[in-house]
Design a protein around this ligand. Structure first.
Ligand code: ZN
Length: 116
């Protein structure tokens, strides 16, 4: 189990990441960032640091959800969920995440099925 310090705009989160998530978070500047990962499950986050409180909390941050924005950000790419990790004390935003879906995924699955 590996714990990573993952940077956000208003602090950081200590979280357990999969290899794939760690790779996404690594923008090549020697730090990991929250934004490119997508959503991290609350159970995978152990601590958060709030720049505003200047405190590290021994709990996962809170998650503020904006559900189903369903915003088409590019052709075939839909923003399905947007949320913020927030401080448990002052509710400052620690970082943000976005979950995207390709709009043609369902038709791809249909094509992959063997015809009967
Ligand atoms: Zn705070």
């Amino acid at each position: 189990m590996t714990e990573f310090k993952v940077q956000g705009s208003g602090g950081y989160v200590i979280a357990e990441l999969t290899d794939e998530q760690a790779k996404k978070a690594d923008l090549g500047v020697g730090k990991l960032f929250l934004a490119p990962i997508g959503k991290i499950e609350t159970e995978k986050m152990f601590k958060h640091y709030c720049n505003n409180c200047e405190t590290e909390f021994d709990n996962p941050p809170k998650i503020q959800l904006e559900e189903n924005p369903n915003e088409e950000v590019a052709e075939n790419l839909i923003l399905v969920e947007r949320g913020q990790y927030t401080c448990e004390k002052c509710s400052s935003i620690i970082g943000e995440y976005r979950v995207f879906k390709k709009s043609d995924e369902s038709s791809d699955i249909g094509k992959a099925k063997p015809s009967q």
